[in-house]
Design a protein around this ligand. Structure first.
Ligand SMILES: [Zn+2]
Ligand SMILES: [Zn+2]
Ligand SMILES: [Zn+2]
Ligand SMILES: [Zn+2]
Ligand SMILES: [Zn+2]
Ligand SMILES: [Zn+2]
Ligand SMILES: [Zn+2]
Length: 1761
């Protein structure tokens, strides 16, 4: 065997074994033996170490193959008793597939839940089942799975409706309850039983084996070789980087290997990193341990004997095999379950399943995953055994959880995570509660893990460390389990369930008792503080328990007996908590308004107070339930109501509310201003924030309020109010004899006055809430949905809101539902979104009258926003602005006495006092909010009375008589004014203008009630109509008044408007200079439109050629945005520049597979028609002096340097790379383009024809050739001395023309040229490089092409629709292009010209001219026209540039026609071929040209008979080129375009041809000059490249090139999720990708943001997306992050931003992060918007803006995505 270890091929010795091995014989032998167990173990002991783990590089394929042959095959044979291929097939035939789908979710796979039918949110469907279910028509929720868990299709308990999809619908003929084993022979069952017990035992033995160097008895190999593995295990302490670094050191591997090791360790939980003898492995181990033990506990490493590793490998394989085999038959599955759960010899908890579970935390990740999977496909798929397994799980629960607390693996790989599969099945949960006392077990386990207590036994979370936090998070998973158990409420109760539930409740109350009063705070008076406030843990605990507490109440609400018992238990617990109540607290007596009450002296501001009162709150909840379920009325004798002490009940909740009021009043901030106090204050502020927050308030604030209501309903209202006043520390103010005059003599500290004002406001608000909050069923007589309706209504009173905003503002239940959908339509109407923004809900106008300004869930900020909005609304409707309280529903009987608070003496005393203060205000001693609240309270009282009157049939029913009380003079101190009198008094107070409407409303209502009383006292019918009549007249009067006011307001508004416009005019006149630029722009645009208007009806406009139109010369004056000075554009003037951004582009690429060019050697002279890489130039259109810009740029640079030194902040732009933001609009720019004057047209004398010109130019080219040769150094001149070519006389080769440009313009010519070169080729700047001018021409052509495409795509006319900035940019580019030769070496440019021309006119001295199929003709046209300047400067013959441009243009046009015909492809037969007379000539011409081409090219060009088809090809194919040429010459020569081209009207073709000086029958170009062009044609067609390309040897681009679009996206987002979930990382062998990301340009799916797919790009590690952008988008990328539902823009390595995805839910909102889970559908408009950004080359700009707006985007390492 020694040889085998180094040999990685299948060892020859084993080969022989394999050949000699017979599966059948082995199996037959096994069938004979008595001790099968021993025999199989012997077999495994012999073969497993020979197959597995034979060396350092494991070879899984051959291992698996051998294992199948030597190990699994005999087992299968034995199992079937025959050849497994037939045996297993037989089994499969009798298989009854489970009705459960059981599909196990992969990470990232979409899961669906029905919000209407799912029993709880953990019930999910796989995509397949979902699509076949009824729920796809319901309101469903979509999420992506975190891995693990399975499809619940077929589980009748998981769904209230539609539990089966079409596929899993049970067959009625199936006998469901039949035992699956019935189909199997007893022999078969026995064999199966034998095999399964041996194999499972083997696997369990090996996986739980913890010795490194020994094997279990029976498995010791016959020949033992001593090789070892050094095995590395994962943990959650060390980072990837640490592991990789350590491994490189310890085992001498490369970075790549280390990454691969680390990846496997992370995935599988362990990986061997070294193989060899013991010492060798031990060495590696010690290095790893040493290296990782410094900061934390070391990485776990074991040196293991290779045979142990081998058996463990096969053990995993064996579990897989079991899972595979039971897939054939439900009977086998059942046998396996039986084997697994069979109790072992050790008794309780000794089955194999138990053993596995109990060792879970000791196993490595890979092993756990495998056995969990097996559990899911066996135990959890068989309903009988699922139950038995659940029982075992519950029995072991405590131990499993305790192990998990110590385990450092995530929960998903812990067996405890299976709880969701077991506990969420309602019958199972109930069974476990009754039989295994699960509820109590969970709570006990939970309490046990929270050990820190104070002296009173309450939880104490001092110094909450990171490790404690970690453990605390783990403990919380127990709360999750408890939630599963309680999530579905029982419909029927057995006595046993009652007993166990109440036992659980007892335990739960023990837990709550530990929380009651925990984490108390004391207002610090001195500087000293004993402990740092630690509130987070306590609050987290409260928050996590919120749903549990609610659910326990819901359980109680389903059974009267349980409710009564629970109420008693809770009361006992509360009494226990308060056993010390009143101890050591001084009793005092309060008296006011003739009432008195005994209480204790207690000041929140001086003693300990806690915000945590869960026991009180649970009791409050149960108390409300007593009323809701009417238990209080039906079984009063069973309730301990008489034992209740209302003052005790309200005491602590009241303290808590007072604490909030004091914090609001700033009382907890003021003392000493020490840091500690500030900390205490801010900590308190946070707690109070959460106390009221939507996530907590249901079981905190709301319940405290309920408790006050419960307590107050059982007390004398006067007593209640006095205690409230006392706790608010306001008693002394309101009780003093002359309280109404209190401030006249009091000269208190201003802060104290302010504080007391706020406290009074808060106290009044509390009274309102106690009396007014009746929308909870049980308190008021309302329906369940009224509460949620009211919540929504009040949110929408603030402003219209999106669905998600509303959801956030509403409390969610444990199912994550708010119940909003059921009621939203009653209160709101939906407004759809546009291209941006989101859909909004608006309040229905008729609902506004239910608005309550003092809604208890409003924060102060909400309240003032709502007030403002509602007042505004009323004003708009022409109503008064009073916001009276709404009419309230009546109380339930248990709470009915609460209304008496409104008419009690103490309250009236308080109201009177505040009103009195308002009548005689003394600065700062009262507040308007105080008065407003008092008015609101009076309003509530009046409405209460009116309602009672209206609803009563008999007069004596009405016990409520506020009107009487309010008109009585005050009792204490002496006869003072009545409340009514005070109100009447205030009505005319000038300082209360704002409240006037409200006071008027109150007085009117009061009068109305009086009449109501009077009338009902006498006869009824007559009076009613009378009062109505009165009201009507009052109403009319009101209307008239309002109308008059509205008219006055209108007049006032008009006057103001007139004044405004006068002021504006004045301002413009005063600041003429400021408005100069805009005026001039206005001027310019009008003048251009004049130019465009068809003035020249006599001569058609032409933009090229000797007959081109000469626009009148106009001085062009611009203003510098930096210094505001005007400047004329002149060749010899100061240079003016446009901010510009040059970028590489592949937007128009027709070949994304072309590899990027080698920047050093690439020759860009000819652009291939596939346009695979181009250079785009854009501009924001802002103009500066070149020197102003330079100064600005230098300043930016300097600032940036300083900034980088100081703090490592990034900016959105890279100054080092020449980037800057336009100083005016902050648009990202990286260079500037100089503005140049229009070239002057030369006078048109007689010009040569084509033949003459060809001859002259031929001579000129020859002359230049010889001149250039002379310039070259002698050594490189070739020997072949050609005859000197005499230059034509008028052509001076050596003539150096004077440069017409000023020095600053020359400088800018170089600047822009170099920038284009640098960016376009990705090279270092080098102004001498001969390719500089080429890149500029290329960029001009490319930009024109992209704009031409954009106009087509946007369906806009060719001229007149571009924004100014693009027009300016194109003009500057074209004019710059024609001038850039002056900044370069003249012979170089001439050389370019010669080579460009040679592509069309053969030139023996130019080698390697491309074939015409490899040339983009617009690029050629632009380059050749722009380079001609360098040749023309030496021509003094009078040949005009215009003539040459026209000849070149015609020539290239012909070449393009040839190109189109060569690539036209076969005609489409089905096309209708109706040719009008008009185009007969064109068709004929096309045919003739095509046939000529066929004579040259031969058979590779198919025969086409139809001239109609050919002409169509030419016409459509050449149109983009002609349009591009028109744009080009228009901007180069400045000829206005004919008006027809400013619109999308028919007849464009003729106008376009005319503008371009072309015949509209283009073929005439060829046929009229046939004898001259024929030889050229021959040359083009016989180029070897043409033949090669036509025969399929190259990229054949056909014309017209379609615009590129972003890829098509599916309408339903889940299709994408599904696609992404099956996507695996291309680098790490079949692993799921964590962040699958879709390239929207080419459709590639990438494995983003992950180590595995990082590659090196230009010396840096970059993620898959960044790498992809360089190949696919020349550095710019648009991606969809599928799991996040987020669009990602990337540019270069450092720039990126996230962008809203084009997917919206039904509420018109995106779901970035997929948190909401609403179904998402493609919004085509938004997708088109993204596409437009891309086509416009605006992605980089968009990123720049996003980064400027949000600095955090700058810090992200975009290159790692
Ligand atoms: Zn399914
Ligand atoms: Zn299904
Ligand atoms: Zn449904
Ligand atoms: Zn300037
Ligand atoms: Zn700008
Ligand atoms: Zn792509
Ligand atoms: Zn990857």
């Amino acid at each position: 065997m020694a040889a085998a270890e180094s040999d990685r091929e299948v060892p020859s010795a084993l080969c022989t074994e394999f050949l000699n091995f017979s599966v059948k014989d082995t199996a037959s032998k096994w069938l004979q033996v008595t001790d099968l167990y021993k025999e199989v173990y012997h077999h495994l002991a012999r073969y497993v170490p020979k197959i597995y783990c034979l060396g350092p590089n494991l070879n899984p394929q051959s291992e698996d193959l051998l294992a199948q042959m030597l190990l699994q095959a005999p087992l299968e044979w034995y199992l079937c008793g025959e050849d497994p291929s037939t045996g297993l097939a037989k089994l499969e035939q009798n298989n009854q597939p489970s009705q459960l789908c059981g599909h196990v979710f992969k990470v990232g796979e979409p899961t669906y839940s029905c919000r209407e039918c799912a029993a709880d949110p953990t019930c999910v469907l796989c995509m397949q089942c979902f699509l076949g279910s009824v729920h796809k028509e319901h309101r469903y929720r979509m999420t992506t799975s975190g891995g693990g868990g399975f499809c619940d299709c077929g589980d009748t308990e998981a769904w209230k409706k539609g539990p089966y999809c079409q596929k899993h619908e049970p067959n009625i003929s199936d006998s469901c309850h039949e035992d699956p084993l019935a189909h199997l022979s007893t022999d078969m069952i026995a064999r199966c039983y034998n095999v399964f017990s041996i194999v499972l035992k083997y696997a369990v033995d090996m996986l739980t084996w913890d010795k490194e160097d020994e094997l279990p008895p029976g498995l010791v190999p016959p020949d033992r070789s001593d090789t070892y593995y050094c095995m590395l295990f994962n943990d959650e302490v060390h980072t990837y980087e640490q592991v990789i670094y350590t491994l490189q050191k310890a085992v001498n591997c490369t970075q790549k290997e280390a990454v691969s090791f680390a990846t496997t360790v992370d995935r599988d939980g362990r990986k061997s990193v070294r193989f060899g003898d013991f010492a060798f492995c031990e060495l590696a181990k010690s290095v790893i341990v040493r290296n990782t033990s410094r900061q934390s506990k070391p990485l776990r490493v074991q040196v293991m004997h290779s045979s142990v590793v081998a058996h463990q490998c096969f053990a995993l394989k064996a579990l897989h095999w079991l899972g595979h085999v039971i897939g054939y038959s439900d009977a086998l599955r059942r046998i396996l379950c039986q084997v697994g759960l069979e109790r072992g010899p050790e008794g309780e908890n000794s089955s194999l399943v138990d053993t596995l579970m109990l060792c879970d935390s000791k196993m490595w990740k890979g092993a756990r995953n495998v056995y969990h999977q097996l559990f899911m496909s066996s135990l959890l798929m068989d309903l009988k055994y699922k139950k038995m397994f659940a029982i075992q799980f519950a029995k072991n629960y405590r131990r499993l959880q305790t192990d998990f607390m110590e385990d450092d693996h995530e929960r998903v790989v812990s067996v405890t995570s299976l709880s969701v599969q077991l506990f969420t099945v309602p019958t199972m949960a109930r069974m476990l509660i009754t039989e295994e006392n699960l509820m109590t077990t969970i709570i006990r386990t939970f309490v046990d893990h929270l050990r820190h207590r104070d002296l009173q036994g309450r939880f104490q979370f001092e110094r909450y460390t990171a490790q404690q936090a970690f453990k605390f998070r783990r403990v919380q998973s127990l709360i999750g389990d408890l939630k599963y158990v309680l999530i579905s409420r029982p419909t029927e109760w057995s006595d046993q369930l009652r007993e166990k539930f109440l036992e659980g409740l007892d335990t739960f109350l023990e837990l709550l008792k530990c929380m009651q009063g925990m984490d108390p705070v004391v207002r610090q008076v001195g500087q000293h503080i004993e402990m740092e406030p630690e509130w987070e843990a306590a609050f987290t605990l409260q928050m996590k328990l919120t749903h549990i507490i609610s659910m326990i109440q819901e359980w109680c609400a389903t059974d009267e007996r349980v409710l009564i018992e629970a109420y008693k238990k809770c009361l006992t617990a509360l009494t226990h908590c308060h056993s010390g109540f009143a101890d050591g607290e001084q009793p005092i007596t309060l008296s006011m308004c003739g009432h008195s009450v005994d209480t204790i002296r207690y000041c929140v501001s001086q003693e300990k107070v806690s915000i945590h009162l869960p026991v009180s709150r649970l009791l409050a909840g149960l108390h409300v339930l007593l009323s809701k379920m009417e238990v209080a009325y039906r079984f009063p004798e069973q309730l301990p109501l008489s034992e209740l002490s209302p003052p005790m009940l309200i005491e602590h909740p009241l303290r808590c509310l007072v604490l909030c009021a004091q914090v609001h009043a700033g009382m907890w901030r003021r003392n000493g201003f020490s840091l500690v106090n500030q900390v205490v204050h801010s900590v308190l502020w946070l707690q109070i924030y959460y106390y009221h927050n939507v996530k907590c308030r249901v079981e905190m604030f709301d319940k405290d309020l309920n408790m006050l209501q419960a307590g107050a309903s059982m007390m004398d209202p006067n007593h209640f109010l006095m205690i409230v006043l006392s706790r608010f520390e306001l008693y002394h103010i309101f009780s003093s004899a002359d309280c109404r005059k209190r401030y006249n003599r009091e000269t208190a500290n201003k802060d104290v006055v302010q504080q007391n004002n706020t406290l009074t406001e808060e106290m009044l608000h509390l009274v309102m809430m106690v009396v007014g909050e009746r929308f909870e069923a049980g308190i008021g007589q309302v329906e369940g949905c009224d509460e949620i309706k009211r919540e929504i209504l009040h949110q929408l009173c603030i402003r219209p809101m999106a669905h998600s905003e509303l959801v956030k503002a509403l409390p969610e239940n444990e199912n994550k539902e708010t119940g909003m959908e059921r009621v939203i339509d009653c209160v709101a109407s939906f407004k759809k979104p546009g291209v941006t923004g989101r859909g909004l809900y608006e309040l229905r106008p008729e609902c506004a009258k239910q608005f309550n300004l003092y809604f208890h869930h409003y924060s102060r900020a909400d309240q003032s926003k709502a007030e403002e909005a509602q007042r505004k609304l009323k004003r708009q409707n022409g109503e008064d602005t009073a916001l009276p309280p709404p009419v309230l529903p009546p109380f339930c009987p248990l709470f009915a006495s609460l209304v008496n608070i409104l008419q009690c003496d103490v309250l009236l005393g308080m109201l009177g006092a505040v009103l009195q203060w308002a009548v005689e205000p003394s600065a700062g001693h009262w507040s308007e909010s105080m008065l407003q609240r008092v008015l609101h309270l009076i309003g509530m009282a009046l409405l209460e009375e009116r309602q009672q009157l209206e609803n009563s049939s008999e007069d004596n029913d009405v016990y409520f008589n506020f009107t009487l009380k309010m008109s009585r003079p005050g009792e204490a101190p002496s006869n003072t004014a009545s409340v009514l009198a005070l109100l009447e008094n205030l009505q005319n107070a000038p300082h209360l203008e704002v409240h006037k409407d409200m006071i008027r409303w109150l007085l009117k209502t009061e009068a109305g009630i009086k009449t109501l009383r009077e009338r009902s006292a006498s006869t009824s019918t007559v009076t009613a109509s009378g009062s109505r009549g009165q009201e009507e007249t009052a109403c009319d009067k009101d209307k008239a008044e309002r109308k008059r006011k509205a008219e006055m307001a209108r007049l006032r508004r008009e006057k103001v408007m007139a004044q405004m416009s006068e002021m504006q005019r004045h301002f413009i006149n005063e600041n003429k200079e400021l408005f100069q630029q805009s005026l001039e722009e206005l001027d310019a645009s009008t003048s251009t439109s004049l130019e465009h208007s068809p003035t020249s009806s006599d001569a058609a406009l032409a933009c090229v050629g000797p007959r081109r139109s000469r626009p009148r010369e106009k001085r062009q004056v611009v203003t510098c945005i930096l210094c505001q000075e005007e400047q004329e554009i002149r060749a010899d003037g100061k240079a003016m520049v446009l901010a510009a951004f040059v970028q590489r582009s592949t937007v128009m690429s027709k070949n994304r597979k072309r590899p990027p060019h080698d920047p050093k050697r690439y020759d860009p002279l000819f652009m291939h028609p596939d346009l695979s890489f181009g250079t785009h130039t854009g501009s924001c259109g802002h103009i500066m002096h070149s020197h102003c810009w330079q100064r600005y740029f230098e300043a930016v640079q300097a600032k940036e340097q300083r900034r980088q030194q100081r703090l490592r902040v990034h900016t959105s732009y890279d100054v080092g790379n020449g980037e800057f933001l336009c100083p005016l609009c902050e648009c990202l720019s990286n260079t500037v383009i100089p503005l140049l004057p229009r070239t002057k047209g030369s006078s048109s004398c007689e010009q040569p024809g084509l033949g003459q010109w060809l001859k002259t130019s031929g001579q000129q080219i020859k002359a230049m050739h010889s001149a250039h040769r002379k310039l070259q150094p002698v050594s490189t001149v070739e020997e072949t001395v050609e005859e000197e070519c005499p230059a034509p006389e008028v052509f001076t080769v050596n003539y150096i023309p004077t440069n017409p440009y000023s020095s600053t313009i020359k400088e800018m010519l170089t600047t822009f040229g170099t920038a284009t070169y640098k960016v376009g080729l990705k090279v270092h700047p080098n102004e001498q490089d001969p390719r500089v001018p080429i890149m500029c021409w290329g960029s001009c052509a490319y930009t024109i092409q992209s704009i031409e495409r954009l106009l087509v795509d946007e369906k806009k006319p060719l001229f007149g629709s571009l924004p100014c900035r693009q027009d300016d940019c194109l003009s500057s580019l074209a004019r710059f292009g024609s001038a850039c030769w002056t900044a370069a070496c003249q012979p170089t440019v001439q050389g370019h010209f010669i080579r460009l021309v040679a592509a069309l006119i053969p030139d023996p001295q130019v080698e390697a001219s491309p074939c015409i199929l490899d040339v983009d003709m617009l690029h050629l046209l632009v380059s050749v026209v722009l380079s001609y300047g360098s040749v023309h400067s030496q021509d003094s013959s009078g040949l005009s540039v215009d003539a040459v441009q026209l000849h070149l243009f015609h020539l290239i046009t012909v070449a393009h026609m040839v190109q189109i015909l060569l690539t036209s492809g076969p005609e489409e037969v089905t096309m209708e071929q109706e040719s009008g007379e008009a185009e007969r000539g064109e068709e004929e011409g096309a045919c003739r040209l095509y046939n000529t081409l066929r004579t040259h090219v031969g058979s590779s060009l198919p025969e086409v008979g139809s001239g109609w088809h050919l002409w169509r090809c030419v016409k459509t194919g050449i149109l983009p080129y002609l349009r591009g040429a028109a744009l080009f010459f228009h901007h180069l020569n400045g000829v206005p375009a004919p008006p027809e081209l400013h619109a999308l009207c028919p007849g464009q073709w003729e106008v376009l041809c005319g503008y371009l000086s072309l015949p509209s029958n283009l073929l005439q170009l060829f046929h009229s000059q046939q004898e001259l062009l024929e030889p050229l044609l021959h040359g083009w067609c016989t180029h070897p490249g043409v033949q090669q390309t036509l025969q399929g040897g190259g990229v054949l681009v056909s014309f017209p090139r379609e615009s590129n679009s972003l890829i098509d996206l599916p309408d339903d987002y889940s299709v994408l999720i599904n696609q992404a979930s099956s996507f695996t990382c291309p680098k790490s062998g079949g692993d799921k990708s964590r962040a699958p990301t879709l390239c929207l340009v080419c459709g590639s799916m990438l494995c983003s943001q992950s180590y595995c797919c990082q590659t090196e790009l230009e010396g840096e590690d970059v993620g898959a997306c960044t790498a992809h952008t360089f190949a696919c988008g020349a550095g710019v990328g648009i991606f969809l992050r599928v799991r996040e539902s987020q669009v990602l823009f990337l540019a270069g390595k450092t720039k990126g931003c996230f962008y809203a995805p084009p997917y919206l839910d039904d509420y018109g909102e995106t779901d970035q992060g997929l948190r909401r889970g609403n179904p998402l559908h493609l919004c085509h408009e938004r997708y088109r918007k993204i596409q437009k950004l891309w086509r416009q080359h605006s992605i980089t700009e968009e990123i720049g803006h996003a980064q400027e707006a949000n600095q955090t985007l700058v810090g992200i390492d975009w290159q790692h995505l």
